[in-house]
Design a protein. Sequence first.
Length: 541
Amino acid sequence: MKTAIVKIIHLVEVPELKQYYTHQSVDELATSIDVDGGLRTPIIVTEKYEIIDGYRRVEAMIILGKEYIEVWIDDVEPTIFERIIRNMYRTKTTDDQVKELKSVFVKYPKRMGKRSEDGEVYNRNERISMALNKKYSGKETISKLEYILNNDIEDDTLSKGIIEKNWKVETCHDYLTNWKSIDLQYQYGYTKDLIKNCISVSDAVKFIKEEYRLTNEYKDSLIIPDKCYSFNIDCVEISKMKEFENSIDLIITSPPYLNLRKYDTEQITQLGHEENKDEYCKNVANIFSQLYPTLKKTANVFINIGESFSEGVGLGIPQILKHYIETETKLIYKDQLIWSKSNPKPQNETIKRPINNIEYILWFVVDPKIAKYNLLTYTKPGKKATKCSGVKDVSSNGEVQKRIKSISKPYSKIYSHLKEQDIANIIELKTCKNFDVYNISSKGHPAIMSPLLPVIPILMCSDENTVENKSIIYDPFSGSNVVSRIGQLLNRTTISTELSHKYFSIGCKMLENSIKDFNSEELKIINQIAYGEENLVSIAA
């Protein structure tokens, strides 16, 4: 290789080579050349003075006002691959590295067994592996990598993931050849998430597999007579089914909250995305008005609802919803249970406020005189029957009543303020902790109901199924079917409806698992804890 000093104006730029790598600032390089008194390493050109490597050095010399530059003259063609060879130690962007990968495969095309120019057997995979510093080797890996480079999704997402995040070539290839088309066909949206850098390729493959299995496993209903009925329909459609007319003992549900999130359904107008809070509450009330014919005269309705906030200000949703259900339906307000659970932080809010971990279970009945109600008690560890002097109270006419001495009970009653931890201590049962949902689908559900929330309402307002009688529990907005799972474990018949096919499918799997998990001996213990010996006799009678 010859060395020479040439005028910079005589150099010939090759646009393809100059623009190959992402442009980088030359200010620091120019300073280094100036301090060192010139170039340490000459640029490389062809015999026609076409620049192969050294475009940044030439630019730096021009900035410094230099007229001449030292070059190495090589008798090679000015190709991309020649430039790659000369830039092994260059600091490169991910885009640069993707370009290099593609160029290597172009440099060594498929030759169908022909010998190379030097007469040796042409082993393409070995040459590609050598050019890539043996980072990728083996015929199968090289073949899959080439397929990914040629068929990548938008913005070379998979190729960049392989380089930046060490995504496995095999997983990327599996996604492209098996799962990408399914994701696009069923509009799951994971390809979009990949491009947005929201998930990894392994997550995309896992999620698409799960959804495809669930989508094809269940169509629009799961029916196990006298056990469970689950439908992939709008909940108001249940009122049109004659077999459910005047049949439901208990509704427990949590409707979509106002402005919380877009729900996974094809509906254009979605509950929870109304223009104002009154319209939202009125729409929820209208749904319960349509469901009213499915209720028995003894039925109870529990609606779990939390407060919604706008710029740190509560909207009064529970109170407004109570008003509209009272005015728009035939249901009669009985009481409200206050439910406290863990809540890590307010969502999507910039204005600070106290974290609200309280939700309200609005309690309605069809007929308050005959509505089903079981008194629940539970034994508190260490609590004993003791003599107590009672407390003062004031009568309706204002007289202070005398203290009445009595014996305290060695058990406690269920109060209107329910605490997640207390219920966990009262009821020992495999009650579908939230991770049970994720065992079925890693995507789970955006707002999974606490598995303990339905336990107390179910025990209070329905009875365990017997040969003669059965209690039917219904969840109109079932999501991942937590209510129905708990109902199954407590030996009740359940009905559930869900608009989203994805969550309907997860819910069906939850139902199947709960039927398998049912334990009659465990339930006897729970009934004894919740109802006590005396209550068990009256319930059975």
